[in-house]
Design a binder for this molecule. Structure first.
Ligand code: AMP
Ligand code: GLY
Length: 433
């Protein structure tokens, strides 16, 4: 089986690494890929946002399976084009991608299909939105969300009315997020630990992959601005097997059946972001792809025939039992550039990768790296994800930090508390789950 992986981040490096370990995979190519992927596989230039170019490349490469990393090509309809041409791809149609790309659509869908989520209203007009954040309906804090994709910046958890009104005005009047802020979702603020559940579906069957928890804020102790993710660990110790079964039953199942009933059959990864509230798990959001850096800690846990399972999901033949979950623990630490997430510095030489990779149980995945004149330099905000693997969280965390300490580049920053939640955040009331 020849596999084409679309994307250029740490997630895609993890996908190529994991898929190439399956015996039936005879070749892996990535587009556009990155220098870490290029050490083991061919990387080809490609504009991911032009579906016809993507299909053309898959045809030239005779890819038996194409796996889409980021959501943008899906929103542009790349999976629709592949399916019309009879070529296997993992990822939903453009209409299916609305589960991630339109928060208003996702919320209305959840309401229609009785999927537990925060109470909300959808507002298309400024005066409606200002009324909705007034305190009567949802109290404070209140959550203001831009409907469309806003690069992870479209959500404000406002502690008071002034902050909520400012968020409404910035999105709707100043168009801070462009057209993504034309509609807003205003919702109640939920409390509890956040966990992510990853499943794969062919539109009928559902195969759970694993769970993870991430660290979105830039600084230790979950302080500072939100980022794409500064680290993650897997699996989540909060998700006992019974709870995973419950999430499949009460959330994943109604999503898959609901999308089919709505005439939008959903195929691909589904990344369910949950808050474990005192009233049970509630959906924060859906993503229609794998997470980054979650993929870097979840994919190494997946044992068995992953490539075949992905192909089966793309062709509507998904069956359980071809993959299982390792009992290991993984922790992934993102090494970020100075001034990430605002305006990351780039162009600094990276040292110590070989020493880091020599640490037992460690994998280093590239994201924002570039090769110039034989030197590896930084080329983005999140530069590398350093992943440690061990039978315990403590061991995985220690391995990841040991390896991270061997890497150097000018302005490098990373959180020192990745995975600590796994060892001490067991404070939820299990009696209600
Ligand atoms: P999202 O982009 O929808 O994942 O939201 C970004 C972050 O905002 C989430 O990871 C949560 O920490 C927070 N958030 C979103 N919705 C809510 C909510 N209803 N209550 C509390 N926090 C929320
Ligand atoms: N780490 C969050 C995401 O991939 O959306």
């Amino acid at each position: 089986m020849k596999v084409l992986v679309l994307g250029s981040g740490g997630r895609e490096h993890a996908l190529t690494w994991r898929l190439s370990r399956d015996p039936e995979v005879t070749g892996v190519v990535a587009a556009p890929g990155n220098p870490g992927i290029a050490r083991a596989h061919r990387c080809l230039p490609l504009d991911l946002n032009t579906p016809a170019d993507v299909l053309g490349l898959a045809e030239r490469e005779r890819a038996d399976l194409t796996v889409v990393g980021p959501e943008a090509p899906l929103e542009r309809g790349v999976a629709d084009l592949f399916r019309a041409a009879g070529r296997a791809i993992v990822g939903p149609s453009r209409e299916g991608a609305a589960l991630e790309c339109s928060k208003a659509y996702a919320k209305a869908f959840m309401q229609r299909h009785d999927i537990p989520t925060a109470r909300f209203v959808i507002c298309d007009r400024v005066d409606d939105a200002l009324r909705a954040v007034g305190g009567r309906e949802f109290g404070f804090p209140v959550v203001v969300k831009a409907d469309g994709l806003a690069g992870g910046k479209g959500v404000t958890v406002a502690t008071d009315r002034a902050e909520a009104e400012a968020a409404v005005r910035a999105a709707m009047l100043d168009r801070q997020f462009g057209s993504a802020g034309a509609s807003l979702v205003i919702e109640e603020c939920l409390t509890g630990p956040e966990v992510s559940v990853f499943v794969l579906t062919d539109g009928r069957e559902i195969v759970p992959l694993s769970t993870a928890q991430d660290h979105k804020r830039i600084w230790d102790g979950d302080r500072g601005p939100n980022t794409g993710g500064m680290g993650a660990f897997a699996p989540s110790p909060l998700m006992a097997p019974q709870m995973i079964a419950d999430v499949i039953q009460r959330i994943a199942r109604p999503v898959v059946d609901g999308m089919r009933a709505d005439g939008r059959p959903y195929q691909g990864f589904l990344y369910i972001s949950l808050m474990l509230t005192p009233h049970g798990p509630k959906v924060i959001e859906f993503n229609v792809r794998f997470g980054d850096p979650e993929a870097q800690v979840v994919l190494p846990l997946v044992e068995g025939r992953l490539a075949q399972t992905l192909l089966d999901s793309a062709t509507g033949r998904l069956t359980a039992g071809q993959v299982s979950e390792s009992t290991d623990r993984l922790a992934g630490v993102v090494l970020a550039a100075r001034n990430y997430p605002a305006q990351p510095e780039t162009g600094h030489e990276i040292h110590g990768l070989d020493q880091a990779e020599a640490v037992p149980g460690v994998l280093v995945f590239h994201a924002g790296t570039r090769e110039t004149n034989g030197r590896l330099v930084t080329a983005g905000g999140r530069v590398l994800t350093v992943v440690g693997r061990a039978p315990t969280y403590e061991g995985a965390i220690a391995a990841a930090y040991d390896a991270a300490s061997k890497i150097e580049f000018e302005g490098m920053q990373y959180r020192k508390d990745i995975g600590q939640k796994a060892t001490n955040d067991l404070s939820i009331d299990r009696s209600i789950y």
